[in-house]
Design a protein around this ligand. Structure first.
Ligand SMILES: NC(=[NH2+])NCCC[C@H](N)C(=O)O
Ligand SMILES: [Mn+2]
Ligand SMILES: [Mn+2]
Length: 302
């Protein structure tokens, strides 16, 4: 990594009903994330956490708000995150964001998008996060950020930070998908989104999936954002997360995937989301998140 890395903590829990995912950034820091990345000879600086609205514990999980839970809080939080990400890129640095629930991806992508004509996105996740308030079974905005970045959904979310569409469907690749809602399946088919389901990962192997992903995106994009939801991995490795799904990607496969992305040197921004220490086993999931980051930033067996 030639660029300077700027670490941004994004302690949002507003995109879903479970408390604790807002503590994810600190749970990850407590594994000595910064020290461990520094020892890989990467210049990393922690910019601290984005300031979040106060959480109202009594109503946090209850109010559904026209099937857009905590909409105002999600908007306010993501405006701030987008600004921070924008400034980091403007400065020529590499943004590394740790969440927080996956609704923060909307802030990240909104901050990134003005710097790229054709931003690629790799969505490493059990889910598509392609719902809007009409298709969502839950009203949880963490199940929607990719749709909104693509221009679908509530106009305040679609036009967050800057008006208009942030990314194009032909620049998106989903990896590890195994829990899609009906509306998401329709959207993927209609828009021809390149999607490696868990069956594809099993059939092709993660090596080939990553090669095909990079060759699909490399020439047509001017930057690639890696959005890694820890529930993309199997819950045996990342139990501390709000929406675990069985039959996931293994840690070994993830190691291989991120080693490949490191070696290809094609990723221009990175986020890890959905670590919830209150649902975890002795901070295991935060440890795995840090390990994944180490591999991404160049940790090698040999
Ligand atoms: N980022 C996540 N963990 N998203 C889970 C989304 C689950 C489900 N598809 C929903 O929209 O409610
Ligand atoms: Mn997910
Ligand atoms: Mn997700």
């Amino acid at each position: 990594m030639d660029k300077k890395v700027k670490l941004i903590g994004a302690p949002s829990c507003f995109g879903q009903p479970r408390l604790g995912v807002d503590l994810g950034p600190d749970a990850i820091r407590y594994t000595n994330l910064v020290g461990r990345i520094k020892s890989l000879n990467v210049d990393i600086k922690d910019l601290g956490n984005i300031e979040a609205e106060k959480i109202n514990v009594e109503i946090h999980s209850k109010e559904k708000n026209d099937n857009l839970r905590n909409l105002e809080e999600v908007i306010k939080f993501n405006e701030k995150l987008a600004k921070q990400v924008d400034e980091v890129v403007e400065n020529g640095d590499f943004p590394f964001i740790i969440g927080g629930d996956h609704s923060i991806a909307l802030g990240t992508l909104s901050g990134l998008s003005k710097h790229y004509e054709n931003l690629g996105v790799i969505w490493y996740d059990a889910h598509g996060d392609l719902n809007d308030s009409k298709t969502s079974p839950s009203g949880n905005i963490h199940g929607m950020p990719l749709a909104q970045a693509l221009g679908i959904g509530h106009e305040k979310l679609v036009n967050l930070y800057e008006d208009g569409v942030k990314i194009k469907p032909e620049n998106v690749v989903l990896i590890g998908v195994r829990d899609l809602d009906e509306g998401e399946i329709e959207y993927i088919k209609e828009n021809n989104i390149l999607c490696f389901t868990m069956d594809d990962v099993a059939r092709l192997g993660i090596g080939r999936v990553m090669e095909e992903t990079v060759s699909y995106l490399k020439d047509k994009t001017d930057g690639i954002h890696l959005s890694l939801d820890v529930d993309g991995l199997d819950p045996q490795f990342t139990p501390g997360t709000g929406t675990p799904v069985v039959n996931g990607i293994t840690l070994r496969e993830t190691n291989q995937a991120l080693t490949y992305l490191h070696d290809q040197d094609v990723i221009s921004s990175f986020e890890i989301v959905e670590v919830n220490p209150l649902l975890d086993e002795k901070n295991k999931t935060a440890e795995v998140a840090t390990y994944i980051a180490e591999v991404f930033f160049g940790k090698k067996y040999l």
